[in-house]
Design a protein around this ligand. Sequence first.
Ligand SMILES: [Zn+2]
Length: 488
Amino acid sequence: MSYVSSRPVVIGLEVHIQLNTRSKLFCPCSTDYIGKTPNTNVCPICLAVPGTLPLVNDSAVALGSRMGLGLRGEIQKYSNFHRKNYFYPDLAKAYQITQYGLTITVGGYLDIEADGKPKRVRIHHLHLEEDAGKLVHPTADGRLTGASYSLVDYNRGGVPLSEIVSEPDISSPAEAKEYVARLRQLARYLDVSDGEMESGSLRVDANISLSNPGGSLGTRVEIKNMNSLKALERALEYETERQNKVLDSGGRIVQETRLWDDAESVTRSMRNKETASDYRYYPEMDLAPIVITDEQIEEFKKSMPELPWEKRARFAGYGLSKEETAILTERKELAEYYEAVVSFGAPPARAANWVRMDVLRVLNELSRDIREFKVKPETLAELVKYVEAKELSGTVGKEILDILAREDVPFDEALKRTGARTGRLTGGALETLIDRIMSANPDLVEAIKSGRDKKGGKLKFLQGQVMKETKGQADPRETASLLSEKLV
Ligand SMILES: [Zn+2]
């Protein structure tokens, strides 16, 4: 049960998304820094050696524009970079190159649905900036945290980020979580970023305040360090409750930055929040402005794929429920897989069930992604068709899927291993089997024939034996009628 705030909650989010470029924002160093030996993925530019000059990576500009367009923002034909000054050891230059004022896109919105209600969250702008390095506190036993001193690793320094700043339109922790989930989905659909919060490819800073009784905005607090959607929601719930309690007891909210401690489930004061003037923004004179032409804007627009909400609307045409559509379109690759299964002739509603229930179950068991799924869409379509035609039982179908997903064997081999065969067991063959089962259970047969099976449990048992022996290949109705004929 989530906390119910007695005052209206106002949340604005700043989401940093690491852009999928191969090289950093201003130098040729790789963006593939995770797991690398500290300070090996660096060069004089990202280490800020005096005399070096940065150069803007065009791919980062293209990806930032793409994300902005996905958010229905407007691409600015002219934008530039600023230096944001602050002294922190993970920032080699002691300033960060970022956009301020003239940003790559402005405006736009993202439609979400939380607690069953639709909501439009307006976007203020999207800007490009470079990432900082990382401080690590390694201990003698190899852990990366816990030491009493800090080491700095600049491998991440200069990796391109797009920061998406929302208007303060979000009014609950659940909405904030949903907004970030949809933003992440969009970034993945657009191939702009992998959007992984755990590895830091997507980071969220939240500004949260409670409105005053007169309706004016209260003092806002910034929350950082939330590494999952769940953590984001919990941190905002905690903060809503904390601020309400402070105000209820006659206290005042201090404008500050607080860190979420996931293990302890609390936010802790980190520092007083800087304001823009603390950063002494200064135009970056070493970089030419970014100029984007009408032709480029047209090209960006033309290269946009089908967006998540467009896909959802189209999938509704398959007669799927809202929930099914949402699950199937969450990842573009899963949606494409589903559509391929349908294109190979599987009925859409059945295929949806298989993908949503069985494919996702198997992937979860194997800790794999749909991109690593071994069962080809055409094979799953075959399987669905067999089950639909009752040539295979649902149980055998699932067994076959399990084998195909784990081992590289052809369909026929997987089928053989289940001991089943395609085709329904019917007529004479079914009758022979029933006779065999009856003669293996003479006591039951006798009891039924002499009217001692009032509740029908004994008949049910025999029927169950038939289904078990045939692995569900027999038609239950035909089995029942053949059995009762023989047992009168
Ligand atoms: Zn570099």
